[in-house]
Design a protein around this ligand. Structure first.
Ligand code: S3P
Length: 171
């Protein structure tokens, strides 16, 4: 069966939802940020600070090459993963993209206490979220199905995704 690949901006709930979805479907769950941290032995924040964003993006691309060869996974991606067209091409070969969205205010409330996202540390947080969302406008539209995680709870979001996947015979 194809991999289920969750994409979307930071704070849209990819990790929590992915974990639940995987549990419901009895599939293995992979969070790309966690996997990169395991492979490199460094936190994402440390990679950004010490080695730079370019290095982090190379780690993402290497990981995608590996994951795209596997099957039956639920994969939660880092918010910038789909900005690289090659990542999208590889993951699409053997996967279905599901996008998670949320309004800027919802994202703000979800990420404000966690100081773990390097791209959100510069300047005013609300402003930064708005700017990045604008910069990435369209990047998440590649998905076959989109869920607004600000409009329902986690369980309902999982149900919507499962309904979509089974209607399309992905599961
Ligand atoms: C990033 C999102 C983060 C992480 C890194 C860069 C991005 O993942 O990969 O900080 O460019 O949007 P989450 O979307 O899981 O926060």
């Amino acid at each position: 069966m194809k991999n289920i690949v969750l994409i979307g901006f930071m704070g849209t709930g990819k990790t929590s939802l992915g974990r639940r979805l995987a549990r419901r479907l009895g599939r293995e769950f992979v969070d790309t940020d966690v996997e990169i941290e395991n492979i490199t032995g460094k936190t994402v924040a440390r990679i950004f600070a010490r080695d730079g964003e370019t290095r982090f993006r190379s780690e993402e691309a290497l990981l995608v090459e590996k994951l795209a060869r596997r099957r039956n996974l639920v994969i939660s991606t880092g918010g910038g993963m789909v900005l690289n067209p090659e990542n999208v091409r590889l993951l699409r070969e053997n996967g279905v993209f599901i996008a998670l969205t949320a309004a800027p205010e919802v994202i703000y409330h979800r990420v404000k206490r966690k100081k773990i996202r390097p791209l959100l540390l510069k300047g005013d947080l609300k402003e930064r979220i708005r700017t990045l969302l604008k910069e990435r406008d369209g990047a998440y539209h590649i998905a076959e199905f989109t869920v607004d995680t600000g409009a329902c709870n986690l369980e309902e979001a999982v149900e919507q995704i499962i309904r979509f996947l089974s209607e399309r015979n992905y599961i």
